[in-house]
Design a protein. Sequence first.
Length: 421
Amino acid sequence: MIKDKNVNDAYQLAKQKYAEIGVDTDAAMEELKKVKLSIHSWQGDDVHGFVNPNHELTGGIGVSGNYPGIARNPDELTADLHEALSLIPGSHKVQLHTLYAVTNKKKDFNEIGPEDFAYWVDWAKEEKIGLDMNPTFFSHPLVKENFTLASPEKYIRDFWIEVGKKSREISKYFGQELGQRSINNFWIPDGFKDNPIDKENPRLRLINSLDEIFKQKYDENQTIESVEGKLFGTGIESYTVGSHLFYNNYAISRGKLWTIDAGHWHPTEDVSDKFSAFLPFGKGLMLHISRPVRWDSDHVVIFDEALVRITRSLVRDQELSHTNIGLDFFDATINRVAAWVIGARATQKALLQAMLEPIKQLKQAELEYDFTTRLAITEELKSYPFGAVWDEFCLQNNVPVGSNWLNDIHQYEKNVQFKRK
Ligand code: RNT
Ligand code: ZN
């Protein structure tokens, strides 16, 4: 058990050490407290949802593992989310999918509307959190040959256009009811396994479908759409209709947000380098923080170089006010609640470390071509005691310090998750 007194003592030393280089640790903690993460519901149940839970997960994404205690219904999933949120400092949001509707009779995706998310809104009010939305364009028989909104067949496009329109009503309902803007994130799997002949028409069809979905104007303080591209999916390796360039241009030309999923790029591309190239032109960003291991594997996010590069860019370039940080990973080989906690806390830690830099001084050194100082200071900062500040942040926000949260998970497994048979 880590003692509060030790945490405070270590914090005082850290505070002093940072003050010597002009960094205010209290201010950094204040700043961190303001950053909301959008926690993804689908880590809790391996992307099954409640609408057609027995349908195979399609769209070229996949979950592996069989750890006991998976959430099987709305009450179990919200209980698990509550447990996770109690171990993550600060106040956050949860992002849902059409799949997570709680209906009183069987409904198809295109029939699901705001009334089917009343359960979630009531829960969110209790938790005092906001909700984000994602229309589901996968795990359904009308995903034909991996095509939805860009399908060559009108009846298929029409079905999915309706799903998209309904998701906007749902997202607006979240925004209205919860008093926080709801981000509605669009990702579709459309693409080809092998080399296409026609690369243009699927994209033109996608533009038309999206324009149709977005025809109705909504108050952007309540809901705004974001569009998420990717490089490829399994079984969809040769061509993706919604590529990055496609959605980058779509977002700019239509005034939408652009979603950058950290797992959706070529492994050598630096995701964090995209933000400052987009934001001067665009309305804002949505991030799906993920961890690709050799491919878009959606591993649980950890405190690694890729994550730190992301948070450093956001902080140094003052992009946080225009960026919605969502999580997107799914691992069923470990406790699913722990997965949320690990990924969220890692993201917050990386943000905090980025906030504990003498950014103004470093920018000045750079302006004066003093690259020696820039490199020397950024290297020294890596071994500064930011962990002591993180512990203090957890303490101040009434969540377990260090690995103490794991005891809570073990209790929760014993009392709740492992009892699910
Ligand atoms: C898929 C996208 C998408 C999904 C979720 C479930 O590659 O990343 O965001 O992971 O919508
Ligand atoms: Zn994603």
